[in-house]
Design a protein around this ligand. Sequence first.
Ligand SMILES: *[C@@H]1O[C@H](CO)[C@@H](O)[C@H](O)[C@H]1NC(C)=O
Ligand SMILES: *[C@@H]1O[C@H](CO)[C@@H](O)[C@H](O)[C@H]1NC(C)=O
Ligand SMILES: *[C@@H]1O[C@H](CO)[C@@H](O)[C@H](O)[C@H]1NC(C)=O
Length: 461
Amino acid sequence: MPASLFIALHLLLLLPSIEMKRQGKGRGPKAIRQKLTLDRVRGAGRQSRSGPFRLVALPECSESTESGDFFVDCQDRNLISIPTSQTWSKKPRHFLLARNQIKVVRDGAFVGYESLTSLDLQQNHISLVEEEAFQGLTHLTTLLLQHNRLGTLSEEALIPMPNLRYLRLYDNPWNCSCQMESLIHTLQVPSNRNLGNHARCAKPVKLKGTKLKQVDPELLCKESDPTTDLETDPINPVEPSPLRSKPDAISSCHTYLFPQVQMDCSKQGLTEVPAGIPEDVVYIDLSHNSIRHLKARDFQSARSLRTLNLSNNNMERMDTASLSGLLHLRELDLSDNSLRFVQYGVLEDLYFLSQLKLSGNPWVCNYSIHYMVYWLRLHPGVKHSGLVCHSPPEHTGERVEKYVSSYNRECPKDRQHSKTDQDQTDPELWNTAMEVQGELEEDLEPSNLRAPQQYEIIRLS
Ligand SMILES: *[C@@H]1O[C@H](CO)[C@@H](O)[C@H](O)[C@H]1NC(C)=O
Ligand SMILES: *[C@@H]1O[C@H](CO)[C@@H](O)[C@H](O)[C@H]1NC(C)=O
Ligand SMILES: *[C@@H]1O[C@H](CO)[C@@H](O)[C@H](O)[C@H]1NC(C)=O
């Protein structure tokens, strides 16, 4: 690809993000207020436990417009109740209330919020939603209630929202008793296929771990003798499955839908990439886990991914096809792992990568690291950092590119393909060299451009 075309493509890719920032900024006092709010939010993590005399002041939430939609972002504000709609300069379409301290959603809490299409109440302490709490939300399509403390929810509460298409209820301690019968019935109506997926009963013991979608509602209100439940030892309830299967992304991570679809899977003790990353996820944070090995097709379903954060995982190995399918990835953070080299071919699908973070890895400067350097030379648009030799001792602290250049300079005559440094820059030649080594494990075309294979690679070793 000629350099100018390459740059033009990158500019095109950058445009939407610039646009977003500009729109989000606003003008005048509001911009200042937003700036203050942002600063406050940054400090919020550290100050969240502010003692018993917390003042309930006006919520300093931020307002912004993205793609023509007006957002109110009140995440992480220590709110205990829902601010009234008059607080905002306009009628919001999206209202973000995640990670506050709300315990009860009262009747009429959203009066004046008729314009909302999405409402995010995840990660609060909600244990009660009153029956008329969502009155007036006739346009709402998305309601996020995951990661709360709900034991029951009346089906009546959903009636004011005829357009509801996405309802997230997982990670709540659902009490699958008679009161839940009508809600469970509703969730199981086939056309409601995106309502209440992944939510599971926590009680009674005999239904613990069963999905609400799979509970037989007919059994819930049967006059069963109340002792059945007590027969099972409540101190040691039977876990749904003692065998650990691959963790799934929906239950291991926090999902945020706005302003872009993000998953926060950091610090979840994951030992592998969770399965079932939804196709529309744009940003995924898998940092601070224990994923030692990236396997082929780990990110196969994550086609929209732009940012992938794998930092701080003790990662030792990335299989050749582990990043395949990530055609739109722009940012990859591999810092603070235990990588010594990357498998030949691993980076081939990453056409539009622009940032690659590599620091904090014990990179070994031997022939295996050459692939990384050649790939970086062929992709000059990629800004990378932290590619420094850790061993062997004679190269410790040296930049890997410098090591590769000096290697090629010192290379004995019979290993050089020409008198010039051509072998560094000509991908044909280094491909050949690597193939002879038997390291080419799969064809390396991006999976969607892959033509049917017409030849076979025969290993010589
Ligand atoms: C679950 O619901 C049943 C029926 O309403 C009730 O008797 C029971 O106390 C509830 N259990 C808990 C732990 O809330
Ligand atoms: C990845 O996560 C680490 C640790 O949480 C953070 O410091 C870093 O900035 C993140 N990288 C990206 C690209 O977001
Ligand atoms: C380079 O070092 C790594 C890590 O010690 C080792 O696994 C690999 O086989 C070495 N490669 C070559 C070509 O010697």
